[in-house]
Ligand binder design. Structure first.
Ligand SMILES: Cc1cc2nc3c(=O)[nH]c(=O)nc-3n(C[C@H](O)[C@H](O)[C@H](O)COP(=O)(O)O)c2cc1C
Length: 161
């Protein structure tokens, strides 16, 4: 059994990054967890094959954009193509919003976005744990239904309001 089928559900986020030249990218992630209340830290596990990993390694900043249930199709698209080949903001019809403290853009469709600066990166098996310090957050909606993930194409639905 894969670990993603054993530890679930997990919230789905869109990780936004830029490369050294400022070209932006977005990737879906569900290996994500809060780490500290104050200051806020968030951790995400990213496979080294991702274009997103290259951007984070080089620029040391990233955005975490929380997905609501309505963002399912966007999350599927951003998790199925690589930014090496396509502009996923266009493909998934995502609205970019400028960040204030990092170079990567945020995603306006998300209820909540975090601007993060990499504090630590370490390899664990087939992923790297990336710990980011939240330097700014944008709360567009306080009440929303989070998009949840199990494994592959399974997204369990939250039953409560
Ligand atoms: C729901 C979902 C969750 C995912 N979670 C992760 C994750 O936590 N870490 C990871 O490295 N890849 C994850 N992926 C896979 C990446 O999103 C996918 O490989 C993506 O195409 C990488 O894009 P990039 O090459 O533009 O960075 C997930 C995909 C989906 C659909």
């Amino acid at each position: 059994m894969r670990i993603s089928e054993q530890l679930f559900p997990r919230p789905v986020v869109l990780i936004t990054t830029v490369d050294k030249d400022g070209k932006s990218n977005v990737m879906t992630a569900s290996f994500v967890m809060p780490v500290s209340f104050s200051p806020k830290y968030v951790a995400v596990a990213i496979a080294p094959s991702r274009y997103t990993f290259k951007n984070i390694s080089e620029v040391k900043e990233f955005g975490v954009n929380v997905c609501s249930e309505e963002m399912l199709e966007m999350a599927k698209l951003c998790g199925s193509y690589s930014g090496r080949e396509v502009d996923k903001f266009e493909l998934a019809n995502l609205e970019k919003e400028s960040s204030v403290k990092i170079r990567a853009p945020l995603i306006k469709n998300s209820p909540i976005s975090f601007e993060c600066v990499v504090e630590e990166m370490k390899e664990f098996g087939d992923h790297w744990l990336v710990v980011g310090r939240v330097v700014r957050e944008v709360v567009r909606k306080e009440r929303f239904k989070p998009l949840l993930h199990k494994s592959g194409g399974t997204f369990p639905k939250l039953k409560i309001d």
